[in-house]
Design a binder for this molecule. Sequence first.
Ligand SMILES: *Cc1c(COP(=O)(O)O)cnc(C)c1O
Length: 400
Amino acid sequence: MNTRLAAGRSYLAIPGPSVMPDRVLRAMHRAAPNIYEGALHDMMSPLLDDLKGLAGGAEECAIYIANGHGAWEAALCNVLAPGDRVLALATGRFGHGWAEIAAGLDARVEMLDFGQRATVDIARLEAALAADPGQGLRAVLLTHVDTASSVRNDVAAVRAALDAADHPALLMVDCIASLGCDRFEMARWGVDVMVAGSQKGLMTPPGLGFVFFNARAKARRGAVGCRSRYWDWRPRTEPARFYEYFGGTAPTHHLYGLREALDMIAEEGRDDVLARHAVLARAIWACFEAWGQGGPAELNIADAALRSHAVTAIRIGADHGARLREWTEKQTGVTLGIGLGMVPPGDPAEGGFFRIGHMGHVNAHMVLGTLAAIQAGFEALGIPYGPGGLDAAAGICAAG
Ligand SMILES: *Cc1c(COP(=O)(O)O)cnc(C)c1O
């Protein structure tokens, strides 16, 4: 590598934080606004309505100045008392992460782990629900898209299993990776609590956490009493004063950025945003399927119906993933995501994985450019690959 080719606009192709649109950046570039009255106050009600609509008809939305981990904790704090039993469904890394937060709040966590390459096995879930003594489980924690494995779980099927067992546990879903990328229908799918964050499909810097909930969850909040004044979602959803929306000073500039991002989603149309993510994801899969015919790269999730439209996890063996990431960043300006949760941290096999984020402000040239940069990396590093990957991806973008 004699001539470096990375000057020009760099591209962060990782699964969050995602690319921030120039419009979002410009909307944030302003003097500190008046927090006592005026535009900032007026923007709240439509902002919340738009968030609820994007979530597929959520009833309530509380906003926290927090990342996704904070949203996890906020959600749990409102519906669990110490000693409550919860069932966590893990399909990668993030189901474990949410379970760890629950354990930290003194919940008794039971785990069904479906490994790194599969969706929730509904039969195992049904058996666990049927065997639950006195239907004492308070909540089932599900990750819609696990960003580590890139599996997408069937939320409606989990709801159906709870209904079939006539089980009263709340269905709580992590949509931090999926909101605005993979279809999610909070009302239709009977989800009681959903958590999301600003920095993935919502194209806004990290720092806003969202907890959506319905009347059942609200009733549970009343029954358990929230132990944390700060995480309590009640003042945030029924504020008597503006500062109660945020439990303190408003995240002023994040709100302007988010407003702009929601406007962009509304202008494109929610269905069209989801369709764009679906086509771009299929282009990536087709490319890797062709490459995999003649080399070590392999999509982590074999069944296309179970793959997320927001992120793709790839297994490539040896230290190919780590070398490729380094090469594409230095030589092409494309930063790929690290593998996550596939092997224990520190395991030498860690370098054999990588991920591509394709969430939010992503179009065909960004995806095709990323794939071509990866192929250049394969060439430069002597990693074999089958022919026709880029052709397949271009063909899918051409068909739309
Ligand atoms: C990113 C992510 C999280 C964690 O969010 P942070 O903002 O990093 O705390 C949790 N769950 C899923 C599914 C995610 O993709």
